[in-house]
Design a protein around this ligand. Structure first.
Ligand SMILES: Nc1ncnc2c1ncn2[C@@H]1O[C@H](COP(=O)(O)OP(=O)(O)O)[C@@H](O)[C@H]1O
Ligand SMILES: [Mg+2]
Length: 363
């Protein structure tokens, strides 16, 4: 078992810098999710750990061993790809055993490991089939099995569920989480899907354009996003962001069609902003209808654009001046498109970001 440490990691392809300077520590036995939009450098970071991509600068250590110059097979990692990468002419058993055979492991040990992994993953009855006779979900299980039999120090997953349909993805998500808890193998899991990140990770590292935006537990990223990018990337529907200005000597923020009084903590935080421009973040669940118990609220009048009844809640998209606001409301409310609709904002739940650089101000 071992942690993984990125220290001042840089990666360029020719003149194109993909990762500027990445510092990140994944603890022993931790499940770390690397998440971010397509093209932000997640796969590149993972492939550098695996040894499939050269490192332009800095060091990567697995445990206390710097692995920059080690060949992939010397790094004691196992990687699972989105494409499964199974050998089509081999049976499932041969696919799972192959990596151990080229390491010249005893056949009896190989059999024992393959049987045990197959049992854990519920694919014992498939061992004598070829990959083409398996469904997508079964193939992905085999790919995971091939990683497990290696008993590596670190698992690396690169978007392993992207080729599965939505229902199977949810099921495999839970299976991989359970498996990792059971094996307690340090894991780096790459995905562009924030729901996967939130539900699977002990911690999440969020990247944008190769720059680390924030590292923390799922709830830390949700409730204290470091900037407006994190705020809107994590959570569905995304957080509402409103351009505003500090008014009344810093006692409130005001913008097109709204005035929101600040509490003492928010007021002190807003006072540290470099200018008077503030970006106010409001989660859709903090746009409510009617009074809430005890919480201070302020009114907004939306012009309703779209109403999405989801059964357990209704998502309402409305216009406030030139801005769009999304509210998650109880299902019994049915505002009508093009009509005005009164909502209230829960004031103690406001997120404040500096207008200049959209970095978080509130604690
Ligand atoms: N072999 C390569 N040569 C040149 N550019 C590459 C290569 N691999 C990736 N890139 C570039 O690096 C950036 C990050 O890619 P990648 O790590 O695959 O992103 P992600 O996995 O987050 O979608 C992209 O802009 C991509 O075009
Ligand atoms: Mg990728």
């Amino acid at each position: 078992m071992a942690g993984v440490t990125f220290t001042d990691i840089k990666k360029s392809y020719g003149d194109n810098t993909v990762i500027n300077s990445l510092d990140l520590e994944i603890k022993d036995q931790e499940f770390m999710v690397l998440v971010g939009p397509s093209g932000c450098g997640k796969s590149t970071a993972l492939r550098m750990v695996a040894g499939l991509e050269e490192i332009t600068g800095g060091t990567i250590a697995i445990g206390d061993r710097v692995v920059n110059d080690l060949a992939p097979k010397e790094r004691d990692i196992a990687m699972v790809f989105q494409s499964y990468a199974l050998y089509p002419h081999m049976t499932i058993r041969q696919n799972m055993a192959f990596g151990l055979q080229i390491r010249k492991m005893d056949q009896s040990e190989i059999d024992q490991r393959v049987n045990s992994a197959a049992e854990i993953l519920g694919i014992t009855q498939l061992l004598d089939r070829k990959p083409r006779a398996l469904s997508g979900g079964q193939r992905q299980r085999v790919a995971v099995g091939r990683a497990i039999v290696r008993n590596p120090s670190v698992f690396l997953f690169d978007e392993p569920l992207s080729n599965l349909d939505a229902k199977l993805r949810v099921q495999m998500r839970a299976e991989i989480s359970k498996l990792q808890h059971r094996l307690q193998t340090t894991t780096i899991y790459v995905t562009h899907d924030q729901v996967e990140a939130m539900t699977m990770g002990d911690r999440i590292a969020l990247l944008k354009d190769g720059d680390l935006q924030q590292v923390g537990t799922p709830l830390e990223l949700y409730s204290q996003p470091a900037n407006s990018f994190v705020a809107t990337f994590i959570g569905t529907p995304p957080m509402n962001l409103l351009r505003a200005e500090l008014v009344e000597d810093g006692a409130a923020v005001s913008g097109q069609g709204f005035r929101l009084p600040l509490n003492d903590t928010q007021r002190a935080a807003a006072a540290t902003a470099p200018g008077r421009e503030i970006v106010v973040g409001i989660r859709p669940e903090h746009v409510v209808h009617g009074a809430t118990e005890g919480g201070r609220t302020a009114p907004l009048t939306l012009e309703v654009e779209i109403v999405e009844p989801l059964g357990h809640e209704t998502i309402v998209h409305g216009r406030l001046g030139s801005e769009l606001i999304t509210a998650s409301l109880p299902p019994d409310l049915s505002p009508r498109p093009l009509e005005p609709f009164e909502v209230r904002v829960v004031l103690d739940e406001l997120h404040l970001f500096a207008g200049e650089n959209e970095i978080r101000l509130t604690p």
